[in-house]
Design a protein. Sequence first.
Length: 443
Amino acid sequence: MMKRTLLFGMLLLVVVVVACTQTDAAEETAVPPTAEVVVETAPTEAPPPEPTHTPLPEPSPTAEPEPTEAMVEVDENAELAAALQAIVDKQVDEFGFPSVLLLVDAPDSDFRWQGAAGLADPANGISMVPEDQFALASVTKMVTAVTILKLAEQGAVGIDDPIANYLPEALIAQLHNYEGESYGEQITVRQLLNQTTGFDGFSDSRDLDGNGVADLKELVIAEPDTNWTTDDVLAYALAEPPLFPPGAAWAYSDLNYQLLGLIVENAAEMSLAEAFRQMIFEPLEMNQTYLEFREEPVGVANGRSLSHLYFGTNDLTNHQSRSYDWGAGGLVSTAADQLKFMRALVDGELISDPDLAAEMMNWVETGFPGWAYGFGIFEIALDSVDAPGLGTLQGHSGTWNNFAYFVPEMNIVLIGTLNSSEPMFGYFGLLIEALYTIQAMTS
């Protein structure tokens, strides 16, 4: 295929009001981007976008760590590597993201590469490097879902069992009261996994004061020292009524995965952090991954701390109040560790029962064209975000514009972060330009 110059406009994203079927309730929620991602073959006269963050100090030339075992081997394809690094650099230099990391694993082209740009620690001028740890946010959901399926393999959990089999009766009684009727005993483990319970999306979409910022995020910013317990999260989440009866429709809610975390703990008779470690991290040698706020940090490369993350202009790196995320979004990891997880998932190494493994990708419609949801995993037709010819993404993204996706049509895994919440779905620009570049230079 002829090589072509790829120039992307900024990816515009929208938030729409999702009308839930069979209910008068509605939830304001983030939805897939519908604006065009522009691919041009000639320079455009439009100026580059203004940075979305305050300019950061120049990286310190002495901030680079020595190579560690977390480094991913770079295959010899200097031209493609340079093109990908230029795309990564552009996210900082033109679009103003604080720090950026991208890993590409394309075994069919004998290519594996990772690069970084920006500052992992702006106050100290420390550069972002490929082996830095970063918060996974909702990418954690894939790990939680796999842990449930591993318990199902052991006979400790049934995915079509009512969750009342695994949770306290008092919790079930208050869990799902819709239009005067209690549905808590009808909810199944499957409905938690595929987000069809009807629970309110309390963490990202509840905005009762109407200022455009999720109320929980405002609490996280305003009360940085708050340590959220599981009971605290449940009390907050259940303050708003559900959107519809279980199984009636699809609606994304972190509450589903908080409850799955509780089910893991009750069924496995250990903490969620211990279950993750014993069932997934240790077998895969994911030595730089841990459940933040629930266990001590592990595998910190050369003494470097978690790369800084931003909600708007607010640096939330050291906010204890991020502890609310837990089973829905509490992991910290590296790109190299996530690659181990994604390849093990794709290659069938995590769940030995093929029928059970297939349930992970038993897709349900989300109501957004081209977007489906399985067990903690999205399937996204890239045509639906105006990126034709690239196929589909299977994986998840998170609040900090971080992502871990598999592209089955190319046998490519892409992992990365922008370490910033804004703009929502902003990572699509990086991911799509990288895919078009790989496609053009390896065909």
